[in-house]
Design a protein around this ligand. Structure first.
Ligand code: Q46
Ligand code: ZN
Ligand code: ZN
Length: 319
């Protein structure tokens, strides 16, 4: 197996590119594909201050590493979810990555700063754990970016993630979600722009990137993901991809090129969003008097007697 670029010994085959790559040229391919996605979707300006949502897993550490390699000013933001050993280990990996590279990582902790954790809080609020978790992370990333004056929030979503979400949205024709399934969501009404620069890479490739770059990432999946439909869609797409290399890429990128416009604001099939005003509790932009996160905090803490710590707000752990 020879590298397509230099004919040296290859370390990875990528069937959808019909090519093999040595370590050096595979790392270059990952950086090039990320730069191509940033350019293709006008995700970032060269002088943007970027806040990377870091979980300690392969994708978030890979995107943080690649953006730094590409010369972007990228800081990290980690949210502690209070999910037993998983959260302890994910924080350890995020903190260690930042410390080893002299990068700035801000942290916030649901239990310490907001009085609940995902397992107990979601039960008390009668929400699915991933729903409470997603809502909390979106809110806290937005707020951290607004407070810190960041221009963009970057997440490590890869091609497998986006194709699986698309499959779920198409299967159930969630047209309002299809309208937002773009690799770049522009800034609007107090929310910073959100970008997914890894959409041209699969999770196999981000894992290989981390191994070759000697990035120590959290391998364990969140225990709350078990039974998640998203995982079933990923497995189904992997089956299809095995017989038809490139199908996953075409499914997602041809949707973007040929169908996504139909669901965007301004098009008759898209939904229209009402104006936003500051949340009466936290000041975040919201469509209601109280934002969804503050409503979740109220319900999640009613029945959960967790003592608040002394430290509120973001904590900078490394720079
Ligand atoms: S961390 Fe949170 Fe995921 Fe765990 S509780 Fe669900 S959403 S599975 S990215
Ligand atoms: Zn090579
Ligand atoms: Zn609020």
């Amino acid at each position: 197996m020879k590298c397509r670029v230099c004919s040296g010994p290859a370390v990875i085959d990528i069937r959808r590119h019909n090519a093999n790559f040595c370590g050096e040229h595979f790392l270059k391919l990952c950086r090039d594909q990320t730069a191509k996605a940033i350019k293709q979707f006008s995700m970032l300006e060269r002088d943007d201050r970027v806040l990377v949502a870091v979980s300690g897993g392969k994708d978030s550490l890979a995107v943080w590493d690649i953006l730094t390699e590409l010369g972007y000013h990228a800081d990290g933001f980690y949210v502690g979810l209070g999910i037993a050993e998983y959260s302890a280990s994910s924080e350890h990996h995020a903190v260690a990555f930042a410390a080893e590279r002299g990068l700035t990582l801000h942290t916030e902790d649901l239990r310490r700063d907001h009085g609940f954790d995902i397992p107990n809080g979601s039960r008390a609020a009668k929400r699915a754990p991933c729903s409470a978790c997603g809502l909390s992370k979106r809110h806290l990333f937005d707020e951290a970016a607004r407070r810190g004056g960041y221009d963009a929030i970057v997440t490590g979503h890869n091609l497998d993630d986006e194709a699986a979400v698309l499959m779920g949205n198409v299967l159930h024709w969630h047209t309002d979600y299809l309208a937002r399934q773009m690799p770049l969501l522009p800034a609007r009404a107090g929310f910073p722009k959100k970008a997914k620069p890894l959409v041209r890479l699969t999770e196999r490739e981000t894992a290989a990137y981390c191994i070759l770059r000697e990035i120590d990432y959290l391998i364990d999946e969140c225990p709350m993901a078990a039974g998640n439909k998203h995982l079933a869609y990923k497995a189904a797409l992997n089956d299809i991809e095995r017989n038809s290399p490139g199908a996953k890429h075409d499914f997602f990128f041809r949707f973007l090129a040929q169908a996504a416009d139909r669901f965007r604001p301004g098009h008759e099939e898209s939904d229209s969003r009402p104006d936003v005003a500051p949340c009466q509790r936290c000041g975040a932009p919201t469509n209601n008097d109280t934002c969804s996160f503050c409503a979740l905090v109220a319900r999640a803490t009613e029945a959960v007697p967790i003592k608040l710590g002394h430290t509120r707000g973001r904590k900078k752990v490394s720079s």
